[in-house]
Design a protein around this ligand. Sequence first.
Ligand code: NAP
Ligand code: MG
Length: 483
Amino acid sequence: MNKLVKPEGAYPAIIGGERVFTAQSIEVIDPATGKAFATVARCGAQEVDLAVAAARRAFSTWRLTTAAERGRLLSRFAQVITQHADELAALESRDTGKPLRQAKVDVAFSVRYFEYYSNMVEAVFGSVIPAATDRFTFTTREAYGVTGHIIPWNYPLGIASRTLAPALAAGNCCVLKPAEQAPLSSVRLAELALEAGFPAGVLNVVPGLGAEAGADLSGHTGIDHVSFTGSVPVGRKIAEAAAGNLIPAALELGGKSPNIVLADADLDVVTPVVASAILQNAGQTCSAGARLLVHRDVHTELVSRLKDIFASTTIGAGNTDPDLGPVISALQHQRVSELVEIGRDEAELIHGGGRPAGAAYEEGYFFEPTLFDHVAPQAAIAQREIFGPVLTVTPFGDLEEAVAIANGTDYGLVAGVWTRNIGRANWMIRELHCGQVMVNTFSNGVELPFGGRKKSGYGVEKGYDALLAFTHVKGAVVMMSKD
Ligand code: NAP
Ligand code: MG
């Protein structure tokens, strides 16, 4: 047990700069043991009302701050997060089950989001438009006002920072609803924002259940924009709620992203990256490389190498820093198990397939690294987002076939392409129907715009585009006069 999180530890909501404890609370579960180790506030309509009102009040002065002032605060926030990096990583690892070193990377990403947008915020400006000569015609960029943010449990700190940093930099005041399964780092983030000097009400956090605080926030008439990351069915509800209030929504809904390995790829480079693209965070990554499409000339060799990596993967509680931690919950374990059972009838199971053997794995939500080969493109395990450490392998013969398979799901988030042929790489970049393509790598930074096609959602995260997306444009025209 880490020293930060006491068994009796109760985490509040953060509303208008105050720590708010609610009459009812939610137990926060350690996925490695299945046991509660903390509690968190369970907000409802009343707390969400208070948070939206606090954000609205804060906005009346926050909107008049300069970009330079907001940039300095974001920069100070990045420093405060850095000072608490070990604490945050331990908390995130305990709450989500992810290996400690991966939680440390998430903290570094969090810092980077605030640093990046602190640098960039002064580069947001309008333009002067050459229209009629008797008037001055120009645009400015303005914050929306109060923005709602609903995030999932897989990368709580990373996704909270991804969505909050550009929103705050652009001059919005935020209300964040973290997932009930992993809410603690969001609460700590809001406490640290106060420590960094953010005025009360600029960043509020209302932990609670999706059907309560989540629905209350996304349907609230006092918000001007809503950002959501999570599942397709809930994304649809968020879009409906936003439509009801005629506000914009940005939806990031996951994917079934392919890694596409051409015959000329360097397998020494490919193999570890393809493995970590699905084993990182136990496969619970919206942009996980969940499907391996591999040219038939190198198919047997690559599958054999992957099997070796999967077989040598260490499994354990996140804070013991294994290669692979548990999945988030009993429900997620069940979802993964059910799809893997379907997969056994559809394809060839090469490795894994269930809970690892041994007493150490009986209580937590552990699932073996699982590898299926000869998976038909239309198989359920090749079409549905499993959100577990399960990789499907599908061989292909030529590039057109590879692209057809890659594009042949309901999703379109990211794709990895592995080849040393620049022309083929560029052709694939053009033909792949997704928001981001990575060639000879499967990592992206905070700088590259990221967002889905099809059922992966709409809107943009990361990069300059995400900052602009948290503003709207105002046009102004002023008549000239000599008097
Ligand atoms: P989810 O239900 O979509 O949860 C995402 C967030 O939405 C959570 O904060 C959740 O709150 C909230 N929420 C739930 N119902 C809501 C409602 N009616 N109104 C407003 N907010 C609501 O995701 P999940 O059930 O945890 O995971 C299910 C599947 O979604 C996964 O198996 C995976 O396929 C996919 N997923 C994708 C991503 C991604 O990064 N794109 C992330 C997570 C999950 P509570 O958690 O407190 O209920
Ligand atoms: Mg948890």
